[in-house]
Design a binder for this molecule. Structure first.
Ligand code: FAD
Length: 450
């Protein structure tokens, strides 16, 4: 493994330095230093709101530093597109605004089809997104050759969005966190939140491992930990996890500048001249007690993905079983015992990624792999985020369930969340993302045909 400063592990393998002191109060406390939490903190700080962000490990130590780096409208559930359009606008101006590179390039996004059914699904998706006036179009095999060179796959056509892009996960959230700090936010790492204090039915404080911060507004943007955090407060947030295995290659010739997805291979160009690669469609789920707890709500998602689901039974089940449902706030919590979710990449899936890379791009059959890693993706039952005030406690909000595509939408979500938390007019309608949709009898529907 080489270390050229672009390693994913560089994002989360820094020494753990707890804060020297913590503020005793804040207008808003954000739990979680992923892209959603840091973006929210940044937009709040820019409005002069006193915001404290608590992260149990490092900024972007989990999903936000381990993802593929795709920033796309293409293929999304229509409910997400207004927020994603805003996110793309933010990404376009981000580097200039914060004065740091995040590797954002509008390199285009292509989903390539090998079957007529896939092509039909692309047409159906385009129809569902018609109202948003995107630059997405269905292209033929000749069109694909203008975007990708050296591919040996006989694609029938593809769905292509020139304005979609990519950014570097190992840079983006940390850069936004630094911008938030410059604008006045307190970003506390190695600072797990154990729970919430309340008075008269409303939030009154946040209990961290280093002391209590008085506040009346809390946003729980705790990624894969949100369901467990909320459960300890008696709030049910249906959420399941899948492991994603990813690798990056050494620098190589350019075969594409953007992102390509073809069911067996997800590949995008990197700022360092290599490629981030993954298998296009394996859902690698370790069965846990939550699988049974939430199974009924996930039936529509399971039906859609049944052919790509790989179930494992073993350590994950017993690890979750051993976790307490709640804990005293004056003693170490489960969040302190697992600072960073750092799963092992699957060697079997890595072999399949390598094989697919060589099949699609024969010139890359022996391309060196510089690094491999895995991340835990958390997903909601309809694969769309859960955002809003939840439970009986006034002032307690969640933003979670970004379901494997929250990196691209993260800055847009942060802007919308900041407006929600301050009660400002929100240009993004957050109603479709309310938690209650899973409990009030609304049909649980996956609205993207792809
Ligand atoms: C392999 C993989 C590939 C992906 N590819 C893409 C892609 O190409 N494009 C895309 O848009 N999205 C992608 N995603 C999804 C995307 O990474 C996530 O949706 C997004 O990063 C979620 O951000 P977040 O801030 O909600 O959560 P996270 O990044 O998971 O951050 C949550 C943070 O909360 C912290 N935390 C939890 N509990 C506590 C506590 N009690 N106290 C303090 N801190 C706490 C955690 O330590 C963590 O750092 C991918 C994800 C993975 C894993």
């Amino acid at each position: 493994m080489t270390d050229n400063g672009n390693t994913v592990s560089a994002t989360w393998n820094r020494g753990l330095a707890p804060p020297v002191s913590i503020p005793w109060s804040a207008d808003v406390v954000v739990i979680g230093g992923g892209i959603v939490g840091v973006s929210t903190a940044w937009f709040l700080a820019r409005q002069g709101i006193e915001v404290v962000l608590c992260e149990k490990g490092h900024v972007a130590g989990e999903q936000s530093g381990r993802n593929w780096g795709w920033v796309r409208n293409q293929g999304r559930d229509p409910r997400e597109i207004p927020m994603m359009l805003e996110s793309l606008r933010i990404f376009r101006g981000l580097e200039q605004q914060i004065g740091e590179s995040v590797g954002f390039v509008e390199g285009g996004c292509l989903f390539a089809a090998t079957t007529d059914q896939q092509l039909q699904d692309f047409h159906d998706w385009l129809e569902s997104a018609r109202d948003f006036d995107l630059d997405t179009r269905v292209i033929d095999a000749g069109g694909i050759r203008r975007f990708v060179t050296g591919a040996a796959r006989a694609w029938k056509g593809g769905l292509y969005t020139p304005s979609d892009g990519r950014a570097e996960p190992h840079l983006t959230s940390a850069a936004i966190a630094r911008a938030a700090a410059r604008d006045g936010a307190s970003i506390l790492t190695c600072c797990a939140v154990r729970g919430i204090e309340s008075a008269a039915g409303a939030v009154s404080g946040v209990v961290t491992e280093h002391g209590t911060i008085k506040t009346s507004v809390v946003l729980c943007a705790a990624g894969a930990w949100t369901s467990m955090f909320c459960r300890s407060m008696g709030i049910s947030v249906p959420q399941l996890k899948v492991r994603g295995t990813v690798a990056r290659t050494v620098p190589a010739d350019s075969v594409l500048e953007g992102n390509l997805f073809d069911k067996k291979l997800g590949i995008r160009r990197r700022q360092d001249g290599g490629y981030t690669i993954a298998h296009g469609s394996i859902l690698d789920h370790g069965i846990t007690p939550s699988t049974f707890r939430y199974a009924v709500k996930f039936i529509p998602a399971l039906k859609k993905e049944i052919t790509v689901l790989r179930l494992r039974f073993g350590k994950d089940f017993f690890d979750e079983l051993a976790l307490p449902a709640s804990w005293p706030l004056d003693q170490p919590s489960p969040f302190e015992s697992r600072r960073v979710l750092d799963p092992e990449p699957s060697q079997r899936i890595l072999r399949r990624i390598r094989a697919s890379l060589g099949q699609v791009f024969p010139a890359f059959a022996d391309l060196g792999i510089a690094e491999a890693w895995a991340g835990i993706v958390e997903t909601s039952p309809d694969v769309v985020p859960i955002i809003g005030e939840v439970g009986e406690l006034a002032g307690f909000y969640v933003a979670t369930g970004f379901s494997g595509h929250g990196f691209g939408i993260g800055p847009g979500a942060g802007k919308a969340l900041a407006a929600m938390l301050t009660g400002e007019d929100n240009p993004i309608d957050l109603e479709p993302f309310r938690l209650e949709r899973f409990f009030d009898g609304s049909p649980i529907k996956l609205q993207s045909s792809i």
